[in-house]
Write a protein that binds this ligand. Structure first.
Ligand code: GTP
Ligand code: MG
Length: 511
């Protein structure tokens, strides 16, 4: 296999090619697995401590560490495609519970650990939260029953290796949710069917709405909408309730830019009981659902392929010192190979790739869509900030202080007007930067999508407007048309998302 083919196979291997391939993990006898788990279990506390030590990172790693494998041992595993899935939705919808249940059902958490969590949850008077404790590993999260940091865990189905990113639903932690969603291609939107809970999440100001709009802007191209808590006594697997939620959500998803037929799929589950998750619905529980279960639906998701041969773009979400400088991020275009010479932008520092880690495994190279840790030489960790981009030398990413964008105004604080001089915080891939709108150029008619003739001086909620945006420091971004993941952004102020946008023009001399 030549190198290019091999790189492609990291990304593109289809389900068919994997048929009949036995994953060494699957082939383990139950006995051996139990032993493995007991060993992991006893390491549990140590793992949690090391998580806290690494708390510099915004995300928290949930799965137990695996031994670092040699590149050769990785080949077989890498035949499966890899997808990042972000769990989003209103506070208490059941994101962590569903994420935890997935890990339990895929055999990564054993009964003994669950019993331990049950006891701990009970001691904290949060009996029903024990499944969520698999994902919510911090003391603060367990006491309050709310996710704060994005939880990160891994599991595999027949065709795919998944990284789960469990975002917080509480409105105070939207920036963490943005960071999780910006790393994902697929979203699982968790909605609580419990009486009153769907309504609060869907109301104006509810995070069901905000998360959907943010996810779309941040490049989450496919959504599974799981209608959760179907087991709750106020729902009891009612088809009417499920239909009501689907009916209300559909026009909203459309207006947020999702093609509901192609990119969205609804399904009912109980995250707490694990119903319709790994295996299809038992008819005695719910007679009317004939569709897929969650694992099947995740397996079947097709995402647009990124170009493994494109110029490298890896936005850096975090960095630390460990035998050199290690940067973390997701490859959005191109591939990283051990020994590569690359540029850290915008400060244009030339670096060499010493080692590449995909999840816990050392690999020789990795392609687009992968979450990596890359050890670099030639740079001090103090010269790197979150939001910098590891970039190809031949075609480096643009570094700019100004750009033109098309903005959709969502909801301004106190119904303020949006005009030149408006200041907000810009979130674009892993960049967080103060920005100012310096000029409104055109207002777009949302119906015809054409520019309106009249000169525009200010706009209000709901408007679509083209404007010039300035930042104080150089930032690395791309035009939405060239690299959607690096050209979509949100504007936030005082903890609220006020607008979402796309970069349409960059200054011609930008580097
Ligand atoms: P945040 O992280 O704070 O946004 O919440 P979350 O969406 O992660 O919700 P979490 O998983 O913490 O669950 C919140 C509450 O809902 C807990 O009490 C869960 O037991 C309960 N819950 C979650 N899923 C289900 C379900 O399928 N059925 C029932 N009956 N309760 C559920
Ligand atoms: Mg949670």
């Amino acid at each position: 296999m030549d190198i290019e083919e091999e790189i492609r196979s990291l990304q593109l291997d289809s389900a068919e090619e994997n048929n009949g391939v036995i994953n060494p993990e699957d082939a383990k006898s139950e006995e051996v697995e139990k032993l493995d788990r007991m060993e992991e279990d006893s390491k549990d506390d140590v793992t949690l401590n090391s998580k806290e030590v690494q708390a510099e990172s915004k995300d928290k790693e949930v799965s137990a560490p695996r031994d670092i494998e040699t590149p050769d041992e990785m080949e077989e595993d890498n035949k499966k495609r890899h997808l990042n899935v972000v769990f989003i939705g209103h506070v208490d919808a059941g994101k962590s519970t569903t994420g935890g249940q997935i890990l339990f059902l895929s055999g990564q958490v054993d009964d003994r650990t669950i019993q331990k969590y049950e006891k701990e949850a009970k001691d904290k008077s949060r009996e029903s939260w024990y499944m969520a404790y698999i994902m919510d590993t911090n003391e603060e999260e367990r006491v309050k029953g709310k996710t704060v940091e994005v939880g990160r865990a891994h599991f595999e189905t027949e065709t795919t290796r998944f990284t789960i990113l469990d975002a917080p639903g509480h409105k105070s932690y939207v920036p963490n949710m943005i960071s999780g969603a910006s790393q994902a291609d697929v979203g699982v939107l968790v909605i609580s069917a419990r009486k009153g809970e769907f309504e609060t999440g869907y109301d104006r100001g509810g995070q069901t709405r905000e998360h959907v709009q943010l996810a779309k802007t941040l490049g989450v191209s496919k959504l599974l909408v799981v209608v959760n808590k179907m087991d709750d006594p106020t729902v009891n697997w009612s088809k009417e309730r499920y239909d009501e939620i689907e009916l209300k959500m559909t026009p909203f998803l459309k207006s947020s830019g999702y093609n509901v037929k192609k990119d969205v799929q609804f399904l009912p589950i109980s995250g707490l009981l694990g119903t319709n998750m790994k295996s299809r619905m038992d008819k005695s529980v719910c007679s009317w659902w004939n569709g897929p279960c969650l694992f099947e639906a995740l397996d079947a998701i097709e995402v647009p392929l990124r170009d493994p041969k494109g110029p490298l773009r890896m936005p850096i979400i975090d960095k630390f010192k460990d035998m050199g400088t290690v940067v973390m991020g997701k490859v959005e275009s191109g591939s990283v190979t051990e020994g590569d010479s690359l540029l850290v932008m915008p400060n244009k520092i030339q670096v060499k790739v010493v080692a590449v880690y995909c999840d816990e495994n050392k690999v020789r190279r990795a392609g687009p869509g992968e979450n990596l840790r890359v050890r670099l030489s030639g740079i001090d960790d103090e010269d790197i900030l979150a939001g910098f981009v590891l970039s190809s030398v031949a075609k480096p990413i643009a570094a700019v202080t100004e750009f033109v964008a098309q903005l959709q105004i969502l909801e301004l604080l106190d119904n303020a007007i949006f005009t030149a001089g408006y200041k907000a915080v810009l979130h674009i891939h892993s960049v967080v930067e103060e920005c100012e709108i310096v000029e409104l150029l055109q207002q777009i008619d949302p119906k015809t999508k054409k520019p309106m003739k009249k000169k525009v001086l200010f706009v209000k909620n709901g408007a679509v407007v083209v404007c010039r945006v300035q930042v104080n420091n150089l930032i690395c971004i791309e035009k939405f048309a060239d690299f959607p993941q690096l050209g979509r952004f949100t504007l936030r102020t005082e903890g609220k998302t006020v607008a979402v946008g796309k970069v349409t023009e960059l200054p011609s001399v930008s580097n």
